[in-house]
Design a protein around this ligand. Structure first.
Ligand code: F6P
Ligand code: MN
Length: 326
């Protein structure tokens, strides 16, 4: 979407951009509601007490940890949107049913405040959202109808895809999200890497892969926040994030429903790839809400190389199923 030739440049806001996509009104409404909720989350992040849950404020009232507060903000908005049947969040043990019917409704899995422990040290954090049509949340990520994240950094940005390109919006001084980059695309291969997890717990393949990247002269760019780390790889268009299996944690750390699927959906739609080392993240059939998986995500060739190292260079990696070039 762009301004007509010869007309002056005006800002395109999120709702207008969503309306130009080939999606139903309920989905436009839902995504705008999530964007609205993020304004309260960023307010909590910027100004909320950094006390942990159970401590009290100046008035002796109980304080909520920021992740718990963010979860309530998101959940309330989703429930009141009127277009959601099921909700699952990293902060909840079970699925929350808003409405029983699936007709024209959506289900949402989200991480309300990923990296919340980084707020104490003033690093960037984010909200990650995955949306499915109907009531089923335990299905492969490839079935998502939309995915988005909101990054709370020096600026607040929102990135979404509904399956037709990846688009970035930035919050302006009126707290509106306006289009800053449309159809973000990733190069086939990159030169930055963001490796999560303790390296002394890496298996041999991952260790060799990291050495390969170092020898290639790749730059280490890792903040410890999944949202800013993925955003960097995506917006630079060249790089790879990984959180591999670790000694003692064979499924790594990050969760399929709340973290991996939405990011994999976005990165694949930008021309990148995401794998657990053997199959695309989006083809994992989740069995539980809190399922975890290792992840290699970013430029297609980098993900391919990573998975080849993980498999001892033996196995040809399954990359098909990607949305772009696939
Ligand atoms: O899921 C939370 C998270 O903080 C992510 O944002 C980040 O990628 C990861 O965990 C880092 O984990 P750790 O510092 O424990 O390796
Ligand atoms: Mn998280």
């Amino acid at each position: 979407m762009s301004n007509a030739p010869g007309t002056s440049k005006f800002q395109i806001d999120l709702r207008r951009h969503l309306r130009a996509q080939n999606i139903c009104d309920n989905l436009v409404h839902l995504m705008c509601e999530i964007a609205e909720a993020s304004k309260y989350v960023i307010n909590a992040v910027r100004t909320g007490d950094l006390g942990v849950a159970g401590t009290s404020n100046l008035y002796g009232e109980e304080q909520l940890a920021l992740d718990v507060l963010s979860d309530r903000i998101m959940r309330k908005r989703l429930i009141h949107s009127g277009v959601v049947c099921n909700i699952a969040s990293e902060e909840m043990d079970e699925i929350y049913q808003c409405q029983a019917s699936a007709d024209g409704l959506y289900s949402v899995a989200y991480d309300p405040l990923d990296g919340s422990s980084l707020v104490d040290v003033n690093l960037a954090v984010g909200t990650i959202v995955s949306i499915y049509a109907g009531c089923d949340l335990l299905q492969p990520g490839r079935n998502q109808v939309a995915a988005m994240y909101i990054l709370y950094g020096p600026r607040v940005s929102l990135v979404y895809t509904v399956g037709d390109g990846v688009h970035e919006f930035t919050m302006n001084n009126l707290m509106e999200f306006t289009l800053t980059r449309e159809n973000v695309k990733m190069a086939a291969e990159g030169n930055i890497y963001a490796p999560g997890g303790l390296r002394n717990k890496y298996n041999a393949g991952d260790e060799k892969f990291i050495r390969h990247l170092e020898e290639k002269g790749c730059k280490l760019r890792y903040s410890g926040g999944f949202v800013p780390d993925i955003n960097q790889v995506l917006m630079k268009g060249k790089g790879l994030f990984m959180y591999p299996a670790l000694n003692g944690s064979p499924n790594g750390k990050l969760r399929v429903l709340f973290e991996l699927n939405p990011m994999a959906f976005i990165i694949e739609h930008a021309g990148g790839a995401a794998s657990n080392g053997s199959i695309p993240i989006l083809d994992i059939v989740p069995e539980s809400l809190d399922q975890r998986a290792p992840i290699y995500i970013g430029c297609r060739e980098d993900v391919k190389t990573a998975t080849a190292f993980v498999n001892g260079g033996k196995q040809e990696v399954k990359m098909e199923g990607s949305f772009v070039n696939g």
